[in-house]
Design a protein around this ligand. Sequence first.
Ligand SMILES: Cc1cc2nc3c(=O)[nH]c(=O)nc-3n(C[C@H](O)[C@H](O)[C@H](O)COP(=O)(O)O)c2cc1C
Ligand code: SF4
Length: 428
Amino acid sequence: MEEMHVLLRNKGKINPEDAGSYISAGGYEGLKKALKMTTEEIIDVVRESKLRGRGGAGFPTYKKIQFALNDAEPKYVVCNADEGEPGTNKDRILLSSDPCSIFEGMAIIGKAIGAHIGYIYMRAEYSYLVPILESALKTSREHGCLGENIMGSGFDFDIKLRSGAGAYVCGEETALFESIEGKRGEPRYRPPFPGVKGLFGKPTILNNVETLANIGPIFMNGADWFRSIGTEGSSGTKLFTVCGNVKRRGVFEFPMGINLKDLIYEVCGGLEEGRTLLAVQTGGASGAVINKDQIDVMLDIDHVSDSGGRLGCGTILVIDDSNCIVDIVRNNLDFFRDESCGKCTPCREGGTRLYELIDKLCQEKGNVKDLETIEDLAETMRLTALCGLGHSTAVPVLSSIQNFYEDYIKHIDKEGCPVCSQMGGKQA
Ligand SMILES: Cc1cc2nc3c(=O)[nH]c(=O)nc-3n(C[C@H](O)[C@H](O)[C@H](O)COP(=O)(O)O)c2cc1C
Ligand code: SF4
């Protein structure tokens, strides 16, 4: 199956450190058009494109722009390059191969809301990319595509880089603002929402790297062109990070709506010889675990959720029959309990208790009552945690109990789990 490269169109073809190279490939043409438009015209293009956020929630991008249209000054545009979801690599590919496409999207949104400063917040592990981005910023300014009076339009917009210290929760938008402000990265209570009171208490639009990288091509080629790619509810292409037990792992770009089964078996070459598929976790560690009968599904924002999965940031973990699903969920919980910031009780206490209970099952010391408590606790976290980290902790737990109930029961009754027994109940 042929990939469709919109976001990856320049990967390996241009020098990412040199804006001149990006411009020679048609870069900043979308910004040139947007600079001649009014706020309403820019919003119309984004609305008609039907672009939805690629950071996980799939929120319509034009609505965020509208939320920040108020009188408060200054305003900010923030790029979320925290990419903390385990196994996810897609934003790194864009940051390292085509950073100017991200700057272009930020500048267009800046023009729409009248922001003059943008921030790119990168996870600590991506610090090695800072020199590439600094050079791309410098050369973008030299070509008049960033800085004062961009392309003679009278509009000023520049971008600053900030690095995190290595916390998953800092990918949550309000914790990210706290971190940029030099505070401990903990989510804020909402409302107020970022469009009203975001970074430094000012109206802010925050988008994922991949969302922003789509904006330039939309303005260059038009909203109709963008909408013609993908599905009715999810236009454009999507970067999928496929990891786990497939022959060919990596980041692949396809129109939204590619079939999950085709992605696993045709694009990624299927599983190793002698192995069969046990499960797929869609959307990263915070995604749902579905079984092999549920994979004949279109990967876009709506269809995959209809079938019990979750597109999230597009990470697909393929799990073969050499694994135990309860152990996989225990691994997820180990991550979430470690990354909980501790601000709210359901997640601080619930995450650890959930881990302990699932660990007890893996050690084959659990009972049916424990399984009921696990479900109850996960549901409570889903409903009452302050931020998405706590809500997400519940997703793999509840979806795996729903789709792999027999596997859980195996850990409780006499049959036992061959994988966990072999590991002596220890985590893989
Ligand atoms: C715990 C947690 C971690 C998150 N990590 C990221 C991340 O690394 N990158 C990202 O773009 N969004 C992340 N998000 C989602 C953001 O809060 C936000 O919804 C997203 O960046 C919005 O961008 P979009 O509208 O372009 O999708 C995270 C959310 C939560 C709750
Ligand atoms: S849900 Fe977890 S990460 Fe989010 S605020 Fe509560 S304790 Fe912190």
